[in-house]
Design a protein around this ligand. Structure first.
Ligand SMILES: [Zn+2]
Length: 248
């Protein structure tokens, strides 16, 4: 198995599969421009051949290994400038993430990923909406990403705000989308925004409910998951330990 997003040159291309069913749309969207580049020119970014032969489970494994490196204070010896140049004419990301805007949870950093490896949707409290679902459908159906990952985190300010019924401009409406998770969280202790155990339990429930909402709100993604093309799952990032816990 090739488990290195950053060393596509080490992987053979025999498993190449074409997920770009809507080729005309993909061309219009600029997703096929990199195909003509030779392998050596793309040695620093994820190639289509490498991405296409990976399973969703292998992509999760790459993320887990990257997070373990991050927690050890290590990082792959990557060159961002070369990754930028290698991916300029085409992108073949392996996953699309939905995570919080929190400044302490940048996915590429905490999972040691590079330019061109993942799509990112970021919104306070990592809840979905129609535009985010559209972005995920683009990422998976047209651009060939194989993993939809909703990543919440501990001590989330948006979750605290939802628990505390905070109100502020447009934030009020955003927090309302997290409130169903507050109600759905089973917890016998103090159900307050200052009880971090409860806050984290709500954040976890919020991820679980968002994953379910993605399946319910996007027949396109649900079908891709049902036929085994993609996997939709959740994760929690612990700000204290630096660990990303994958749900499945
Ligand atoms: Zn947050």
């Amino acid at each position: 198995m090739c488990d290195k997003l950053e060393h596509p040159g080490n992987c053979d291309a025999s498993g190449r599969r074409n997920f770009l069913k809507a080729t005309s749309a993909a061309t219009v969207l600029g997703l096929t421009g990199g195909v003509l580049l030779n392998e050596s020119a793309r040695a620093d970014a994820l190639t289509k051949a490498q991405r296409d032969k990976m399973t969703p489970e292998q992509i999760i494994e790459v993320m887990k290994e990257g997070n373990e490196r991050f927690r050890r204070g290590e990082r792959k010896d990557r060159n961002y400038l070369r990754e930028q140049k290698a991916s300029a004419k085409g992108q073949y990301p392996a996953a699309v993430l939905l995570s919080c805007i929190d400044s302490r949870a940048p996915a590429e950093v905490i999972m040691d990923l590079g330019i061109g490896d993942i799509f990112n949707c970021r919104i306070a409290g990592n809840t979905e909406n129609a535009d985010i679902l559209g972005s995920m459908e683009f990422a998976c159906k047209l651009a060939g990403a194989k993993l939809v990952l909703v990543m919440g985190h501990t001590a989330c300010g948006a979750v605290k705000g939802a628990i505390a019924n905070a109100e502020l401009g447009n934030l009020t409406g955003l927090l309302a989308k997290i409130k169903p998770a507050v109600q759905a969280t089973s917890y016998t202790g103090e159900r307050s925004a200052t009880n971090y155990t409860f806050v984290d339990a709500v954040a976890r429930k919020n991820v679980e409910m968002t994953v379910a909402d993605i399946r319910k709100g996007s027949p396109v993604l649900a079908e891709l998951e049902a036929n085994g093309t993609i996997k939709i799952t959740g994760a929690m990032y612990n700000l204290e330990t630096g660990a990303v816990e994958f749900f499945g």
